[in-house]
Design a binder for this molecule. Structure first.
Ligand code: ZN
Length: 259
């Protein structure tokens, strides 16, 4: 994604969460085809753990039929994230899509019923069922569906491969190819898919890579949001649980986690 920064253009690139820390090289090709290289450093970051208990065991151990469905859906999700539309101006300061409390942040290392699963790829916002979910910026609906883990889901593309995803909806109020304005209703908060309570799971994809949605919110909306920092108590509890002793730690599990 390229954004204008006063008198110059700035390229913004999403870097996958599992990228090892270290010095990386970027190859830059300009319009004439000339290439140059630029090095940059990816620093390590600690992400907290979250332990959740999901009552529906199939959501943690899907059966054969479920796994086939999940495989197909993974393809649809990848295709939705791969949408790229040329747009000169991309709105990179978003509205918060739902009124609610930020609960699980991006990057949490997740355990469902003690089983390690992929890190949390978005931001969870807890809100009652039926709360309106609004487009954070102008965009186009590129995919909708009812997915095994994500439940009822809407994907919006905002230009230049910036794609946002809204999961666990109760209701979807838009159709594929529909253009939406900033603030327009796209659905309502629900608890479809793998959830422990009603909330919106909101993901932001940039060049097919999930990045932290907080990066796209104005600073005053981010203040007080959950942060990923080490907590000794958690690691001690985790160590005990891994040895099969002590209670299974539940971190941040009020009625809001999942996905
Ligand atoms: Zn989530």
């Amino acid at each position: 994604m390229v954004v204008r920064d006063r008198d110059q253009w700035m390229a913004v690139v999403g870097i996958p969460l599992d990228t090892p820390a270290g010095v990386k090289t970027l190859r830059i090709q300009d319009a004439s085809g000339a290439e140059r290289q630029q090095t940059f450093t990816v620093r390590g970051k600690h992400y907290r753990e979250e332990w959740l208990t999901v009552k529906n065991k199939r959501m943690v151990h899907p059966n054969q039929q479920d796994r086939e469905r999940i495989d197909k859906e993974r393809g649809r999700i990848a295709n939705a994230l791969a949408h790229w539309t040329a747009a000169v101006v991309v709105e990179e300061s978003f509205l918060v899509p739902v009124d609610g409390r930020f609960t699980s942040p991006f990057g949490l290392r997740r355990f469902f019923n003690r089983q390690p699963r992929r890190p949390h790829s978005g931001l969870d916002i807890a809100a009652p069922i039926g709360t309106p979910v609004r487009a954070p910026a102008p965009g186009r609906v590129v995919e909708t569906g009812h997915f095994f883990f994500n439940g009822k889901t809407v994907f919006l593309e905002h230009g230049q491969g910036l794609v946002t995803m809204y999961c666990h909806l109760e209701r979807i109020d838009v159709e594929i190819d529909q253009q939406v304005e900033r603030g327009e209703l796209i659905g309502t908060v629900g608890m479809t898919g793998r959830v422990t309570g009603p909330h919106l799971h909101w993901s932001v994809g940039l060049n097919r890579t999930m990045v932290d949605p907080l990066l796209f919110l104005p600073a005053d909306k981010v203040a007080g949001a959950p942060v990923s920092t080490p907590a000794n108590k958690e690691s001690d509890e985790r160590a005990a649980a891994m040895k099969g002793k002590g209670p299974v730690p539940h971190v941040n599990v009020e009625k809001d986690g999942s996905r």
